[in-house]
Design a protein around this ligand. Structure first.
Ligand SMILES: C[S@@+](CC[C@H](N)C(=O)[O-])C[C@H]1O[C@@H](n2cnc3c(N)ncnc32)[C@H](O)[C@@H]1O
Length: 255
């Protein structure tokens, strides 16, 4: 795909983000569907939801569309993506709140409104954290959530070395999905950031984004077993999975 020299609107960037993310996550909408179904089956009809590491806010947007009485906090450390989230989620007026917070800092939850959450939803994000940071975030969420509240985390959780065939099948499938999506006109991660950089307001935020993420090395992929054990250690009472496609899971944990 050729990236145009003109600047996109925030809504265009959000649409392009969705196509870009769907190129890296096969059946991304199915992850979100199962999250919404669990909310409908388990939570009050007007749930209070935290979209953790929200990017430009697709999960919060889906929740607020599906549940007209819901309210959502969308939280992320990226000033560019939270700027887009603020614009996209403005259609939900006071039902949506966007906050900037760094999950790596010990007091990240202090940036949240003092609400009682029914659910925390996250997608393609917690793999940015080291195992120790992930355990700390899960522990803080267990402290924050009341009994019965749920956490749903969608991510690629790579198969360990003892399952090389499953690992290869998953990698080959990812590569095929990406090839097809990019041929159909989806932008890559890098091309999406080039598009964002052409927006004058976002361009001004890019140095701050670089500063905030300068000390964040890529993390080795954590396994499903690690996530389940970390959630139990953190204090969640019931943990498991509610969806899987190859190495892509939605992990469930109930407080
Ligand atoms: C691939 S994006 C996914 C965004 C969104 N959940 C989605 O599915 O479209 C990963 C997100 O994690 C956020 N993130 C990474 N590390 C973070 C941290 N330490 N604190 C808060 N957000 C973080 C990034 O800024 C980015 O928005």
């Amino acid at each position: 795909m050729t990236v145009s020299a003109t600047s996109s609107t925030f809504d265009d960037l959000f649409s392009q983000w969705e196509r870009q993310q769907a190129a890296y996550v096969a059946y991304r909408q199915n992850r979100f569907q199962v999250m919404l179904d669990v909310l409908a089956l388990h939570c009050p009809p007007d749930p209070t939801v935290l979209d953790l590491a929200c990017g430009p806010g697709p999960i919060a947007d889906l929740v607020l569309r599906r549940f007209p009485g819901a309210r959502a906090v969308a939280a992320d450390h990226d000033p560019v993506l939270t700027r887009i989230a603020r614009s996209v989620l403005a259609r939900h007026e006071e039902r949506a709140t966007v906050v900037e917070t760094d999950l790596v800092s010990a007091d990240w939850a202090s940036a949240l409104p003092a609400w009682t959450f029914d659910a925390v939803l996250s997608s393609t994000a917690l793999h940015w954290l080291s195992p120790g940071q992930l355990l700390a975030v899960y522990t803080e969420l267990a402290r924050l959530l009341p009994p019965g509240a749920v956490l749903l985390n969608a991510d690629h959780l790579r198969f360990e070395d003892d399952r090389p065939t499953l690992r290869r099948l998953s990698a080959d499938h990812d590569a095929a999905v990406q090839r097809e999506a990019f041929t159909d006109g989806a932008v890559t991660w890098e091309q999406w950031w080039d598009l964002a950089a052409r927006h004058p307001e976002l361009a001004a935020l890019l140095p701050e984004r670089e500063r905030r993420f300068a000390d964040r090395p890529p993390q080795p992929p954590a396994s499903l077993e690690f996530h389940l054990a970390a959630l139990r250690t953190a204090g969640f009472t019931e943990v498991g999975t509610v969806w899987q496609y190859l190495d892509d899971y939605v992990v469930f944990a109930r407080r």
